[in-house]
Design a protein around this ligand. Structure first.
Ligand code: SF4
Ligand code: SF4
Length: 80
């Protein structure tokens, strides 16, 4: 999964781009539900939130590192 860092400026452009509806406004900044983020595997070749974020604040979540196969499995479960 990816994670939004505290550099987020709450611009809201990423939320509608997420194919898994994994992004939502949190108390202070936008947040990614790691259970729903497939890093866009299954939907797109690149993470769509990263493509649109103007401040480049969405790295991989070091606490939720997943392989391509695991991400594809998550995609399958989310869409079944
Ligand atoms: Fe959503 Fe894709 Fe960003 Fe994950 S990488 S939060 S699935 S847009
Ligand atoms: Fe925050 Fe980037 Fe999403 Fe804008 S696009 S709300 S700055 S994470």
């Amino acid at each position: 999964a990816l994670i939004i860092t505290d550099e987020c400026i709450n611009c809201d452009v990423c939320e509608p781009e997420c194919p898994n509806e994994a992004i939502a406004p949190g108390e202070e900044i936008y947040e990614i539900d790691h259970n729903k983020c497939t890093e866009c595997v299954g939907h797109y070749d690149t993470p769509q939130c990263v493509e649109v974020c103007p401040v480049d604040c969405i790295p991989k979540d070091p606490d939720h590192v997943e392989t391509e196969d695991q991400l594809m499995e998550k995609y399958t479960q989310l869409t079944s």
